[in-house]
Design a protein around this ligand. Sequence first.
Ligand SMILES: Cc1cc2nc3c(=O)[nH]c(=O)nc-3n(C[C@H](O)[C@H](O)[C@H](O)COP(=O)(O)OP(=O)(O)OC[C@H]3O[C@@H](n4cnc5c(N)ncnc54)[C@H](O)[C@@H]3O)c2cc1C
Length: 160
Amino acid sequence: MNVPVNPRDLRTAFGKFATGITVITVRSGDQDHGMTANSFASVSIDPPMLLVCVSKKARSLGVISECRQFGVSVLAEDQQSVSNHFAGKPVFDKVVFASLGGVPTIKGAIAQFGCRLDAIYDAGDHAILVGEISAYSYCEGRPLLFQDGGYRELSIAPLD
Ligand SMILES: Cc1cc2nc3c(=O)[nH]c(=O)nc-3n(C[C@H](O)[C@H](O)[C@H](O)COP(=O)(O)OP(=O)(O)OC[C@H]3O[C@@H](n4cnc5c(N)ncnc54)[C@H](O)[C@@H]3O)c2cc1C
């Protein structure tokens, strides 16, 4: 039986979990498309796999289901405008994408993964996309963080 839930309140509870921010990218024909997502998780090392949860309302879901490949780019601290842009608050007139193993990715990201779609699991108003990683790269840099509904930066002060 479903517990009655206030959606805004549940979002607030989920927002207590600090995450990085990614952009999920996909190529359809000669058109690249991106969407911001913080539901990224690593899944498996052997074989290498990751997951992301995508709203059933997102245009990206249909495109990824069709072309069976997608990219995941982990945004750097200075890429807040990129996160806003791919979350439906356009900032740039035009975006030039990078490419990794034939999959579009985001320039300046601190990690990039190119994936083959392994499975899609139905999960309420979202779908869980599991990707098998076919290529990846990373570089030094601090991540952009998201917590309590806002962007945060990483404090590198060590804890005792
Ligand atoms: C911090 C954060 C985390 C989020 N996490 C998730 C999540 O985990 N899962 C989830 O489902 N939703 C998440 N969202 C919401 C999601 O980012 C938006 O709902 C998004 O708009 C859905 O994208 P879409 O596929 O429907 O594409 P659209 O809304 O069509 O595209 C997204 C935006 O990207 C721009 N864009 C796309 N391709 C290009 C291009 N080639 N050139 C220039 N601009 C382009 C569009 O102009 C549009 O503004 C998150 C939002 C934020 C802010």
